[in-house]
Design a protein around this ligand. Structure first.
Ligand code: FEO
Length: 408
């Protein structure tokens, strides 16, 4: 099945009306995997379909075009519901270059053994002439995972934003103006589940597309939004606004450090928190009054507790403080552990145990995977020495913790 949606632009996706398991949810109304063929002088595919439908997808596509003629395959997002049919397609589209972000290329090569293929790496604002149309690309990390980008077809005034502006609904009628029933609530629920945890990145994305003339939004799940496209951008704007009515949330960051590296990790966490509007109270426990720190934690909305590791244990006064926490009300507050280490890093595990025992909602990999989903280890945060890659992870961890606290 294919449907022409614009001049030389075809929907070549798959409607999946099963109850689809997805990120620990069951999509009761199914979903679609929207893939697009731009039949220009340099025929281009934008995103594919779920990995379960690779063969069917390619067979369907071959009714429209000889895959040997495809020049570009744009992969906005590597998650298997969009890039899953890439191996099947690439096997037939032997000359096609794969257009994606730097991180996207690394992931695709590893996931699908595509090291031998030619990649076109695009960065924010890059353009690509596909012979009759001009594509522009914008990096939109964390919408939905780190490597994600979106594609804009200038001549069509059409945005291909992959997961963004999507709806999980098996929308056989494809276009929002033909919708058989209510879908706005599903559109909003999708935003809350998939996009809201990454709110600052939604704001960045809205900034990036603000100068574009957009008449149609062709996402990769659910309806193609050709009626009132601007209103859906407006909805994202409304839903992602930092409510001025909310009081500024506070997070206490406490640590002990042997060489200064755990202090550096704390600083980068603080940067991530403050960049997201969180007020922080930072204590080096070597010189802090435990009673005062406990009072601040009582007043705070979250806690990050860190320590270096020495002889497989915490150092300094961290344990003394953590023992106090079981006597104060902390239910419902987020907490997480962090620390720099040299040859081992057990302190974070001990800290996490104390935080759980005190009754905090402990943010760790289990928690993140079960809620917002992450593609890297953020918490408990364990940084080797003060290596920059670990420090960058610390800043990102601060971002994520801030989002959890802000939405709590
Ligand atoms: Fe629709 Fe993030 O995948």
């Amino acid at each position: 099945m294919s449907v022409q949606i614009n001049d030389k632009v075809y929907w070549v996706g798959k409607v999946d009306d099963r109850k689809v398991p997805f990120h620990r949810l069951i999509l009761e109304r199914g979903t679609t995997y929207n893939s697009y063929l731009l039949m220009t002088d340099k025929p281009t595919i934008i995103d594919t379909v779920d990995i379960a439908f690779g063969r069917e997808y390619v067979d369907n596509l071959m009714k429209l075009i000889n895959p040997e003629a495809i020049e570009y395959i744009v992969i906005n997002h590597v998650e298997p519901d969009h890039a899953g049919a890439l191996p099947a397609l690439a096997a037939k589209a032997k000359k096609a270059k794969i257009v994606t972000t730097e991180l996207g290329s690394q992931l695709l090569k590893d996931m699908f053994r595509l090291h031998h293929r030619e990649f076109v790496i695009v960065r924010d604002g890059d353009s690509l002439d596909i012979g009759g149309k001009t594509l522009k690309f914008f990096e939109t990390p964390y919408l939905h995972t780190g490597e994600t980008m979106i594609t804009y077809s200038a001549e069509d005034k059409t945005l291909f934003p992959c997961d963004i502006f999507s709806t999980h609904i098996a929308a056989g009628e494809l276009f929002n103006d033909l919708a058989q029933g209510e879908y706005l609530e599903d559109f909003k629920v999708y935003y809350k589940l998939i996009m809201a945890p990454h709110r600052p990145y939604v704001r960045d994305m809205l900034d990036k597309i603000s100068a574009l003339e957009i008449e149609m939004i062709a996402p990769s799940h659910g309806y193609i939004l050709r009626e009132n496209a601007a209103s859906f951008i407006g909805l994202y704007d409304d839903m992602s606004k930092d409510s001025g009515n909310n009081k500024t949330k506070k997070v206490a960051v406490v640590y002990s450090t042997m060489t200064g590296n755990t202090a550096k990790v704390a600083q980068r966490l603080v940067k991530g928190l403050e960049d997201n509007g969180i007020a922080t109270s930072v204590f080096n426990l070597k010189s802090a009054d435990i009673k005062e720190v406990t009072e601040v934690i009582k007043e705070s909305d979250g806690l990050l507790a860190g320590s270096s590791t020495k002889y497989a244990d915490m150092v300094g006064s961290v344990e003394e403080l953590l023992k106090e926490l079981k006597d104060i009300p902390v239910e419902g507050k987020f907490a997480a552990a962090f620390g720099s280490y040299g040859w081992s890093g057990e302190a974070i595990v001990h800290i996490e145990n104390y935080l759980a025992e005190a009754g905090f909602k402990v943010v760790n990999q289990n928690y993140l995977v079960g809620t917002i989903g992450v593609d890297e280890q953020l918490f408990p945060l364990r940084v080797k020495f003060d290596r920059e890659e670990g420090m960058e992870t610390a800043e990102k961890a601060g971002d994520v913790f801030a989002e959890l606290v802000n939405s709590n």
